[in-house]
Design a protein around this ligand. Sequence first.
Ligand code: PEP
Length: 251
Amino acid sequence: MRIPLMAGNWKMNKTVDEAVAMVNELKGLVADADDVDVAICAPAVNLYAMNEVVEGSNVDLGAENMYWRDSGAYTGELSPAMVKSVGCKYVIVGHSERREIFGENDELLNLKLKAAIDNDLTPILCIGETLEERESGVLFEKIKFQLAAGLSGVQAEAVKDMVLAYEPIWAIGTGKTATPEQAEEIIKFIRQTIASMYDAETAQSIRIQYGGSVKPHNVKEIMAQPNIDGALVGGASLEAESFSKIVNFNK
Ligand code: PEP
């Protein structure tokens, strides 16, 4: 059975003090969460201090990005080992903001994904279409292409344990959510594509989240869809109270 993962993505928000205060509050609010994994992906400079606070709780940590090389002359970057050393279990790979603002392409993201797996980090690989792609009918090809390129050379065993996040770009930070049925349609298609690339067992094992304006008021109907295994949450993960309501959607 797939355990849903509710993961916050703080983006470029919160200083160390603010981050520590938030997770301190959050861990109490989600302590009794049933059958849900919880993670906060935070700016890298906050993670060490956050790790001291969440130790022993059910809140895991993730990085929002990392580089794929082990070490060297890559000014400004973080290695997988660095990310692990501050207590991260997860790392987001290929968020649409990394793709669109920082020009990260599928080839680079594939290297990052493999580096995460090789370093025992669970990657959350983000895929999704623009509004233009949806409206011009190339949505399914785009998803297929992102899966083929992102997972190139990745073995089934690793795919079973990783996480995919379907995030329609038009729904991120806009307040426009895909309807639960729209999200389910694409996530089901992603699962079918994984089955054809690998096998049915791999497709049934991989967790696939939805992301895009998930809030306390809409999480329940999104989570009622059979193929949706949690959410990647931006804005509503910044406050402990709203994120805890998303985590506790089944209470
Ligand atoms: C995100 O950052 O991945 C995201 C889905 O943001 P929001 O929830 O704010 O739309």
